[in-house]
Design a protein around this ligand. Structure first.
Ligand code: DI6
Ligand code: FE
Length: 410
């Protein structure tokens, strides 16, 4: 007997391992030791001495089990909201018109700067809880609403605190190159120089896992983005990019030059960008919530991404301007309805490919021996139901690092 082992059995495992649809194992078992999956496979093949070694035995009655879900692109830490801007857009104003008039991201920057650390933490923790309720065990959180050395650091510290105080893995991304703060009006190159200079200190404080930028007409130019990436590379930090969201700036090819973990949005991505991403092994993160909420009509080039073998991830992009939703399950449904992903591709997009978009593919994203014991038990029989229902939460039980954080034993 090994006191810290638990056996979960009579499960339908969507392991998401490659080689078969969903990596499906009917009548499967999971043996958890501490925070790790010790054994995963068909229950009939579980060695008897391993079965006997677990003092706790949990029967799951045929329920579906998937890896913990991973939301690999969020802007969770911010002050205020932008419901009035939503009304303006409904009356005909466009997202970029509002941004150019000084609203948009910059109005959230003002609301973030006046919020206390406690307010920022509490609002972000509530939002994280909503994601976690649907089986999310890993999130990425970007800065980008502080836009000064002090306020960027504050937002990243709040993100780190979420990871310490909630049963949740949090990866942080510095997105100082999100918008031009008013104190640098007309001086974007000076702002980028300043933002590059903050990075070593933020990194020294352990606040940055990756560096991102918004490369667009209302964001930063490819040349400015390159300077940000060079500053990241000097510190050995991986990069990601908000690329080709509203226009084609050839940002994906630039990011691929830096072996980016991911390029995100991609509605305006062209064939050269697809090829560059495939060559670099960069993940395409699609954000159907932003596509929906901005009422976009131009689709990312899904067929070309598939044909080139670019891994596709799906994320919420939760932010107050273009994607205020907090349901990763709804994103699965929208990835299928809007982008015509298959339900299996959509689930790979919030598990195995999302892990890769965060550089966590060796510890997260699949049900596989040796990986962290993050998994979700669903009140569902078939994995395609995950992308089918919406507005219903079938999440029954969540284990994160081997500990039940939601469910009968939580
Ligand atoms: N693209 C987006 O969709 C978010 N950031 C970005 O660069 C939107 C951020 C916002 O509108 O507050
Ligand atoms: Fe975003």
């Amino acid at each position: 007997m090994s006191a810290h082992r638990t056996l979960y059995r009579q499960a339908r495992l969507a392991t998401m391992q490659p080689g078969s649809a969903w990596g499906l194992i009917d009548d499967g078992a999971l043996l958890v030791e501490g925070d790790t999956l010790l054994w995963v496979g068909p229950e009939a093949e579980l060695p008897a001495e391993l079965a006997r070694s677990a003092p706790r035995d949990v029967k799951l009655d045929g329920a579906l089990v998937t890896p913990g879900l991973i939301d690999c692109h969020t802007h969770l830490v911010y002050g205020g909201h932008r419901a009035t801007e939503f009304e303006l857009r409904l009356q005909g104003a466009s997202y970029d018109q509002i941004a150019r008039a000084g609203g948009g991201i910059r109005s959230t920057v003002s609301a973030t700067r006046v919020a206390t650390d406690g307010q920022l933490f509490n609002s972000a923790a509530d939002r994280a809880a909503a994601l976690m309720n649907e089986g999310v065990t890993v999130i990425e959180v970007k800065s980008g609403y502080g836009l000064s050395a002090e306020h960027e650091a504050r937002c990243l510290r709040v993100a780190r605190r979420l990871g310490r105080e909630l049963p949740l893995t949090v990866r942080t991304t510095s997105l100082a190159a999100h918008a031009l703060p008013h104190e640098f009006a007309g001086r974007p190159d000076d702002y980028i120089e300043a933002a590059c200079a903050w990075l070593p200190q933020l990194h020294a404080e352990g606040l940055v896992d990756a560096v991102d930028a918004f490369c667009d007409e209302i964001g930063f130019t490819p040349a400015q983005t390159r300077r940000m990436f060079e500053a990241a590379a000097r510190l050995g930090l991986p990069v990601k990019l908000h690329a080709e969201q509203l226009s084609n700036q050839h940002g994906a090819a630039l990011a691929a030059e830096f072996n980016a973990l991911s390029c995100d949005h991609l509605e305006h991505l062209d064939g050269d960008g697809v090829a560059a991403m495939a060559h670099a092994g960069t993940v395409a993160v699609l954000l159907p919530g932003a596509f929906y909420f901005l009422r976009e009509t131009r689709l990312p080039p899904i067929a070309a991404l598939r044909a080139a073998g670019v891994p596709i991830a799906i994320a919420s992009d939760h932010n107050p301007g273009s994607a205020p939703g907090l349901s990763l399950l709804l994103m699965l449904n929208m990835a299928c309805t809007f982008f015509r992903l298959t339900p299996e591709e959509a689930l790979r997009g919030v598990t195995v490919h999302a892990a890769r978009a965060l550089g966590l593919q060796h510890s997260h994203g699949q049900l596989k021996a040796g990986l962290q014991a993050d998994f979700v038990v669903w009140d569902l029989a078939a994995p395609n139901e995950l992308a089918y229902w919406f507005g219903r939460n079938p999440c029954q039980r969540v284990l994160r690092a081997g500990i039940e954080i939601l469910g009968p034993d939580a």
